[in-house]
Design a protein around this ligand. Structure first.
Ligand SMILES: *Cc1c(COP(=O)(O)O)cnc(C)c1O
Length: 478
């Protein structure tokens, strides 16, 4: 047995590379990252290719190891040169990404030290750090100190946690589910519908509240819908508003919806996945006024705080509601109970063991302070205004003034169908690849969107976009 153990130990030793080997591998990885960052200005925002990295499949996982050079080559040829490049400032479609470098270093440290951020007992420091970041988020949203929350992998899970919490806090059970009503809008992000289904609430009545001309929930319509539902013996329990819709960046009237929700005993959830961090700017602070009335908020640091993908957050005003829906006492974790000074993430989310994501959030904020983030957010708001002004000058039709950093516009061609033209225009811009824009359907019409949210998007990028649009329109009109 001892001999066998010794053999196995020797064979498994490759799992712990020695310092020299670590350095060699690490240097190559860092060089790859540096090469990517040094070329970021010239890399395409969208790589339109036929093969889409299919050759990656020619190299399946096997018993035999590859060298770091071979592996990085696979990555470069099959992953980092096809499709969207969310690290590029030219990525202006959907909701842009980014990827603050210091977060990558935070991830590196979190992975090397591999702290158990799930439980206070396991890593009091990691849990304190995550809770501190939650408190910081609660603070910028104007929530009281009693609020709690969870750092999630993204906004979809944050919305799910909020919907589950609302369901339990409002006592939605099989016997009343069919009479229970959720209010939302056609502009609500689809992750909310997904959350409703996953939370077992698909039998609830979904009321899509009519919108005003700027695609915001009409608060008067919401109020009368709730009134008539109550008169009809239904059970209104949840209203979901958006602080920045994905399509047009519209902010629902949070102040009024908050008052209506409170007066009628509804849970008020605000999806601020995209727009939440604009509250740190003077202009955004006014536009998002009333968000502090929410019972729960979803906010995505991997969008509005420019962090690399993998960080969302849910903040819930009443910690007990959040905890009641998510805690569990497992027998095998009894040693981990004890005297906990701080609540553990595992009591506030479906996860147990998880990535120590607080570190990728904390590190850039500590190294940079909040000022450059606020400046970048202000810059995005102003760039959207600039693009809106200039795109009109080029002769495009615009839908409404940008409330945050999304602009919607379309070209009306001299002849032919405008919908087809705008689809072709989006395709041409995509094939060009220097910038990436996306399209949507507004009022039944194909409409182009420009979403500005990357910390790498600057005036130069927007000028290039205008130039490309002018050029492609000219080409298609010919
Ligand atoms: C992006 C987005 C989501 C989903 O967040 P993920 O982080 O992509 O899961 C939810 N709501 C809104 C308004 C969004 O923009």
């Amino acid at each position: 047995m001892i001999r066998k153990l010794q053999q196995l130990e020797k064979a498994a030793r490759a799992l712990e590379p020695a310092a020299g080997k670590r350095k060699k591998t690490r240097d190559k990885v860092i060089a790859y990252g540096e090469d990517f960052l040094n070329r970021i200005e010239t890399l395409k925002a969208y790589d339109y290719t036929e093969e889409k990295g299919i050759r990656l499949l020619d190299s399946p996982v096997s018993e035999e190891p590859l060298t770091i050079d071979q592996v990085l080559d696979l990555l470069k040829c099959n992953v980092d040169s096809h499709g969207l490049n969310p690290a590029s400032g030219g990525y202006l479609g959907f909701i842009p990404g980014g990827g603050i470098y210091y977060s990558a270093l935070g991830d590196y440290l979190a992975d090397v030290t591999n702290r158990l951020a799930a439980l206070f007992f396991g890593s009091p420091g990691a849990v304190r750090m995550e809770n501190m970041m939650i408190d910081w988020l609660a603070g910028i949203l104007g929530f009281p100190e009693t609020a709690a929350g969870n750092l999630t992998s993204g906004g979809s899970i944050a919305n799910l946690i909020a919907v589950v919490t609302a369901r339990d806090a409002k006592g939605i059970e099989p016997d009343n589910i069919r009479k229970s009503v959720i209010y939302l809008s056609q502009q609500t992000h689809h992750s909310v519908q997904k959350a409703i289904r996953i939370a077992g609430l698909k039998e609830c009545i979904l009321r899509y509240v009519p919108l005003d001309s700027a695609y915001r929930i009409d608060a008067g319509e919401l109020e009368s819908a709730i009134r008539s539902d109550k008169e009809n013996g239904l059970n209104p329990f949840l209203v979901v508003a958006s602080a920045g819709t994905t399509d047009v960046g519209a902010v629902d009237p949070l102040e009024r919806i908050g008052d209506i929700a409170r007066a009628n005993g509804l849970w008020f959830h605000v999806d601020a996945a995209y727009g939440g961090f604009f509250i740190m700017t003077a202009e955004g602070n006014i536009k998002l006024g009333g968000i502090e009335k929410a019972d729960s908020v979803c906010i995505d640091p991997h969008k509005g705080l420019f962090l690399p993908y993998g960080l969302g957050a849910v903040i819930v005003k009443d910690m007990n509601s959040l905890r009641n829906s998510h805690y569990y006492l497992a027998a095998y974790l009894q040693d981990a109970q004890g005297e906990n000074e701080e609540i553990s993430p595992s009591d506030l989310s479906p996860e147990l063991t998880k990535h120590f994501r607080g570190l990728r959030f904390w590190l850039p904020l500590k190294l940079l302070g909040t000022k450059p983030f606020i400046a970048a957010l202000e810059e995005k708001l102003l760039l959207a205004k600039y693009f809106y002004r200039e795109i009109k000058k080029l002769g495009f039709e615009t839908t409404c003034e940008p409330e945050l950093s999304v602009v919607t516009y379309r070209w009306i061609p001299k002849t032919g169908k405008a919908d087809d033209f705008n689809k072709r225009l989006a395709e041409e811009v995509m094939k060009d690849g220097r910038v990436f824009i996306s399209s949507t359907i507004l009022d039944g019409k194909v409409t182009l969107r420009l979403a500005i949210l990357s910390f790498r998007t600057h005036l130069k990028t927007i000028r290039l976009t205008l130039e490309i649009l002018r050029e492609k329109v000219g080409m298609l009109e010919r």
